[in-house]
Unconditional design. Structure first.
Length: 264
């Protein structure tokens, strides 16, 4: 059976190409071989490739980029994780200052009572704040809700008793025997990363001022260094104090930065 030429579709074995006896037949085949068949075939392929990389393809890529950006959002990621996790979130009372100790107690009690299938996670919500102590700004973690702890659990009589009877726990928030869980949005607002507002250009961590009006301080810098002064006004947003310095027997108001004074 005659094989066809891959480009021009002509049965090549139907020709007896003899360069010495039939030069004309050889030239005919050469002319057929030189026809720009490839160009005609390649042109639609190139057009299809251009179409694939055109505006339609860019439009298809847009949802992918948006999805990737959403995946990088820690709050959205946290919400998905919380929605997929078993159990519901409940709030328990404790003594202020003992939240971390109660968390450890409850974790140990969960293991000792083999309650891991019912009590899944214990959290003490914290936030990053800036405290000014002795004229120095310090970043610290502060309890968001002093005296309260969050527990993710499946609530039944056994798990309720395990939590309620943990040393340091004074009770559940809500009904005594059947407390109400937090909503997903409430949990996200409480547990969302504290540093996120900074990354999004929102407000910086709150500044906790370690001074009170009427307090005596020592001036550490400037022309009034080593003198004692009394705080008369606190300007936390500007990180400054207005103090009264005794000069020649008279109290003179002076404005100083937090870093220029020290507590006595």
């Amino acid at each position: 059976m005659a094989a066809r030429h891959p480009e021009c579709g002509i049965a090549s074995s139907g020709y007896s190409i003899n360069r010495e006896n039939d030069e004309e037949a050889s030239n005919s085949v050469s002319e057929l071989d030189e026809r720009p068949v490839d160009d005609a075939v390649d042109q639609p392929a190139d057009a299809a490739a251009d179409a694939a990389t055109g505006p339609a393809a860019d439009a298809d890529d847009a949802p992918v980029a948006e999805a990737e950006e959403e995946e990088l959002d820690p709050t959205a990621q946290l919400q998905r994780e919380l929605a997929a996790a078993p159990g519901a979130w409940y709030v328990i009372h404790s003594y202020a200052g003992y939240e971390n100790k109660v968390k450890v107690n409850l974790e140990n009690r969960t293991q000792s009572l083999a309650m891991e299938d019912f009590i899944f996670q214990i959290e003490v919500p914290t936030e990053e704040v800036t405290e000014v102590k002795n004229g120095k700004r310090v970043q610290v973690q502060r309890k968001v809700f002093p005296g309260y702890i969050l527990v993710r659990m499946d609530l039944n009589d056994e798990s309720w008793g395990a939590v309620r009877n943990t040393p340091g726990v004074t009770g559940f928030v809500g009904a005594t025997s059947r407390p109400s869980p937090l909503s997903l949005d409430e949990v996200v607002r409480i547990l969302a990363p504290a540093s996120e507002p900074q990354r999004r250009g929102a407000k910086a961590p709150a500044v906790v001022v370690d001074y009170v009006i009427g307090e005596s301080v020592t001036v550490m810098d400037g022309p009034f260094a080593t003198l004692q002064a009394t705080v008369s006004e606190i300007m936390a947003e500007h990180q400054k104090l207005k103090v009264l310095v005794s000069i020649f027997g008279r109290e003179t108001p002076v404005e100083l930065a937090f870093s220029q004074v020290s507590k006595i």
